[in-house]
Every structure is written in C-alpha cells, then in structure tokens.
Design a protein around this ligand. Structure first.
Ligand code: PLP
Ligand code: TYF
Length: 409
C-alpha cells in the first residue's frame, strides 16, 4: 500500500548528528545542532532548573491535564519576560497566548492562526537565509512563504539596503518574520538604529494608524538571554516594536535559555486591541489546539514557571544564562585570535567576533565544510554554520588548525 511513497531526504541539521555519532575518531567535534554544551562538551542542566525540579518533586503535585492553552501562570510570567513588566498590552490585559510545544510549536500554531484568521495577505516573508525549519513549518501551516534579503555574503554582515528594499516592496498587509535576536543561522542582528528603521518600514506610518500597518510582524524569539547574556537587552527589538504601537505575533522558546530542549516549553502570543478582542482570539486559539494535541506537556511548564515566579530563583537563572552567553562569547574571541593572530589564516575573520548568539556563519564554503567532516571529523551545516557552543578550550585549537588547513586547501 505504501509503494508509491518515496524516501525523503534526512533533516539537514539533525542529519549531521547521525554522521557525528557514526564517526569513531576521538577528535570528532559536533558543531551542527544548536544545543548548548559546557566547557567539557557535555549537555548542561541548569542548577536553577534542578532546584525547580526538586521543588516540584517535593510538592508531590498530581499529573492532571493542563487546560488547552497550558499553564496559566506560565503564560503570564513568560509574557512579562518577553514584553516587559511595563508593556502596555500586558498591563491592559490584551495579549492572547497559549503554551506551545516549544518554539517550533509556537511558530506552527501562529502560522495556523494567521492562515485561518489574518485579514491580510497570507504570505510570510522570511529572511534569506533563515532557520531551515521555517519554510516547511509555515508552508505546512497554510501560509505562502517568500523571502527578503538578509545576509550579505560578501561582508558576512547584514544586507540592510536589500532588506529595506524587499520589505518596502512586499505587498501591503503581508506578514514578515523577524528573528528577535541571535539570528539563526547567520548570527547577524540589526543594530537598535536599524531596528527602528525596520519598524518604520513595517509601519509606513505617514498617515496610516499602526493597527493598519503595512506589514504584520511575527517575532521568533528562541534565544532570549542567549545573545547578550541579558534577557532585557535581548528583548529590545520586540519591546521597541510594541512600544511603537505595532500589533505583533510572538513565538517564545525555553529550549535554549533554560536548557529545556526536550521538555518542549514555549509560548505563542499575539497582541490585540482590547481584553474583549483578546478573549475572542483566545477562544480561536483553543479551537486550533484542541484537535492538534489537546493540551501541552506539564513538567517543563512547571519548571519554567517555578523559576520565573520566584525572584531568587529567577535571579539565579539570569546568571546562568549569562554564564552560557559569556562562554560562547569567549569562544568567539579565542577562535578569532587563533585564526587571525596565531595562524594568519587567509581571509577576514572579524565576523566571528561580531556575530551574536549560538551560531557563527563562518563563510566556509560547502566543499570546505564537507572536507572538514571527512578529513578532520568536524561536523557543521553545509552552509558553513557552526554552533559556537560546541567549541571549548579542549578542542578550539584543533578546530582552528583544521579550519586553517581547509581554507588553505
Ligand atoms: N526558531 C529558531 C530561530 C530556532 O533556532 C529554534 C531552534 O533551534 C526554534 C525556533 C525552535 O526550537 P524549539 O522548538 O526547540 O524551541
Ligand atoms: O540547530 C538548529 O538550528 C535547530 C536545533 O526540535 C533544533 O534545528 C533541533 C531540534 C529541534 C528544534 C531545533
């Protein structure tokens, strides 16, 4: 009966882990998947998460189903974390939200909500390049997917002129996806001044009221705290847009910043114009979620809300996020120094230091990335993206030497 089903390609990112696992060389390094590793290359369970789990265990809570939109306490606390305690839509009770199966689930529910209810053009513009899963995810949720220029391959920096041109040319009332911080895969973020210009283009506010903005911004916020080490600073773009009166949609994830990857904790939210409108939107989100998975998982939601609800525990968590971000930043500096000063590797490597977040878009070509896998047992995406968190003081010299050899061919 399944004779006609063709074999599909492996996932371009998760496929790398398979190749890494099969490699028996002791020097091997996995820089493919974006998951934090500690100084010894090991997964890291945050002490604040362990403390929250102890509390949950000791409370001997039951395992009843959550409501369709998840743990209400988490929805409130997560909105405060992203939008800020002073945010007008938060204070005015007009943010509709649901807990989701991590960031991916938030994007998918968001896509489905927009496909069903957005009154404008059901096309979402993604940066080129964007996270590989964005295209299938939004297409499967019922939106048409197009791109806007983002990375300038020559400078390995932002193609700001191209971005502005493409967003200005996008049809009125289209949707635009923005990485709130720590752009994946490039590590290239707009500056605050550039964000302000992007906000204006999305709004084109000449006479139009913002509720009538030209484009509808959908923020993907998978790395709050991971970029700068400061959750408030990383929320700049999102909060700026909201302060400018934009109506926005938001996908949040606690996979990276709390290290809750496999627990699948995230949120989808959307700002509305009144508590009454919020209630209607909430009711439609429930109607979307119920036939998909009925209600979200419990344990991770309890962990995140336990941390966020307790001022001591959340202060501890903020320090731990900063610890992860700082380790990544120190790896950027070390790698840059090895390549530029020690090895004098041909090329310009400043972007390794200036890029932000989990990833560096190295500028290595697909053949060079392939050669690194085959000859040096170093695994990265074919577009030359490395997860900085896979580097540590034990393997960074070997990595830099191998990059140097690959570049010199
Ligand atoms: N969005 C971006 C840009 C990401 O990089 C990721 C994870 O790598 C996600 C969303 C969603 O991840 P998760 O579903 O694990 O929260
Ligand atoms: O490395 C990346 O860009 C991501 C990581 O369920 C990832 O693709 C892996 C699994 C998952 C979500 C994100």
């Amino acid at each position: 009966i399944w004779n006609h089903v063709p074999a599909g390609p492996p996932d371009p990112i998760l496929g790398i882990t398979e190749a890494f696992k099969a490699d028996k060389d002791p020097r091997k390094i996995n820089l493919g998947v974006g998951a934090y590793r500690d100084e010894n290359g090991k997964p890291y369970v945050l002490p604040s998460v362990k403390a929250a789990e102890d509390r949950i265990y000791n409370a001997k809570a039951d395992k009843e189903y959550l409501p369709i939109t998840g743990l209400g306490e988490l929805n409130k606390l997560a909105a405060k974390l992203a939008y800020g305690a002073e945010s007008a839509p938060l204070l005015e009770g007009r943010i509709a939200s649901t807990q989701s199966i991590s960031g991916t689930g938030a994007l998918r529910i968001g896509g489905a909500f927009l496909a069903r209810h957005y009154p404008g053009v059901k096309t979402i513009y993604l940066p080129v390049p964007s996270w590989g899963n964005h295209t299938p995810l939004f297409r499967d949720s019922g939106l048409e997917v197009k791109g806007y220029r983002y990375l300038d391959k020559k400078t390995i920096g932002l193609d700001f002129a191209g971005l502005k041109e493409d967003l200005a040319a996008a049809p009125e009332k289209s949707i635009v996806l923005l990485h709130a911080c720590a752009h994946n895969p490039t590590g290239v973020d707009p500056t605050p001044e550039q964000w302000a210009e992007i906000s204006d283009i999305v709004k084109v506010s000449i006479q139009v009221s913002v509720s009538n903005a030209r484009l509808f911004p959908f923020f993907d916020f998978a790395y709050q705290g991971f970029a700068s080490g400061d959750t408030t600073r990383d929320a700049f773009a999102l909060r700026y847009f909201v302060s400018q009166g934009h109506n926005i949609a938001l996908a949040q994830s606690f996979a990276k910043n709390m290290g809750l990857y496999g627990e699948r904790v995230g949120l989808f939210s959307v700002t509305t114009s009144s508590p009454e409108e919020k209630a209607r939107v909430d009711s439609q989100i429930k109607i979307l979620v119920r036939p998909l998975y009925s209600n979200p998982p419990l344990h991770g939601a309890r962990i995140a809300s336990t941390i966020l609800a307790d001022s001591l525990l959340s202060a501890q968590w903020e320090k731990e996020v900063k610890g992860m971000a700082d380790r990544i930043i120190s790896m950027r500096n070390e790698l840059y120094n090895h390549l530029t000063h020690d090895l004098k590797t041909p090329g310009e490597w400043g972007h390794i230091k200036s890029q932000i977040g989990m990833f560096s878009f190295t500028g290595l070509t697909t053949p060079q990335a392939k050669a690194l896998g085959e000859k040096a047992h170093i695994y990265m995406t074919s577009e030359g993206r490395i997860s900085m968190a896979g580097l540590n003081s034990h393997n960074i010299k070997y990595f830099a030497d191998s990059v140097d050899a690959a570049v010199r061919g």
